[in-house]
Write a protein that binds this ligand. Structure first.
Ligand SMILES: CC(C)(COP(=O)(O)OP(=O)(O)OC[C@H]1O[C@@H](n2cnc3c(N)ncnc32)[C@H](O)[C@@H]1OP(=O)(O)O)[C@@H](O)C(=O)NCCC(=O)NCCS
Length: 142
């Protein structure tokens, strides 16, 4: 059975197991703020995806959405995005995405997000030889 649940600090270890780049400390500090909004997607009571960001009134911003690698391309990303908008009653939503992230760009465009600008060199790598990547800004409106 799959279901969407509200993210709480109790989910931090499972989030780290899905994506080791997620810092438990940073995410715990975000969760403590009133504007934090996050959902998890459970399959048979195991967390297999998550989405989180900020919500103020009816405006949202997605900071991260991730589906466990072996559960991708089964509609879970779309379900998390739809859940974020419905559960938090959003009329508009913003996000940014690396211009090279084809799966995420597909998901957002297919959902109805439209491009609303770009920020060159926005994503800096810790590798000094790597080129900084462009961020595509996208917005969705009801
Ligand atoms: C982006 C991500 C969340 C998508 O999750 P997902 O569960 O695979 O997405 P869905 O199955 O709901 O797919 C939604 C749409 O995107 C398309 N899509 C998903 N992965 C794709 C891929 N690798 N290549 C092309 N299209 C892809 C699907 O085909 C679908 O479109 P369709 O209905 O027209 O077929 C997932 O790839 C992921 O976790 N990536 C790593 C983290 C990340 O980059 N997050 C985004 C940060 S901005």
């Amino acid at each position: 059975m799959t279901r969407l649940i509200l993210l709480t600090p109790s989910h931090l270890p499972a989030i780290g197991a899905i994506d080791a780049k997620e810092s438990e400390t940073t995410l715990a500090a975000m969760m403590a703020k009133p504007a934090f909004a996050g959902l998890g997607l459970e399959v048979d009571d195991h967390l297999m995806g998550f989405i989180y960001g900020w919500v103020i009134d009816d405006q949202g911003e997605v900071i991260q959405i991730t589906v466990a690698e072996d559960h991708r391309q089964q509609g879970f990303g779309r379900r998390l995005l739809a859940g974020f908008i419905e559960r938090f009653d959003l009329r508009s939503c913003w996000l940014d995405v690396k211009s090279s992230n084809i799966p995420a760009l597909h998901l957002y465009r297919q959902f109805g997000f439209v491009e609303d600008g770009a920020r060159k060199g926005y994503y800096q790598s810790t590798d000094p030889t790597a080129t900084a990547e462009t961020a595509i800004l996208m917005q969705w409106k009801r």
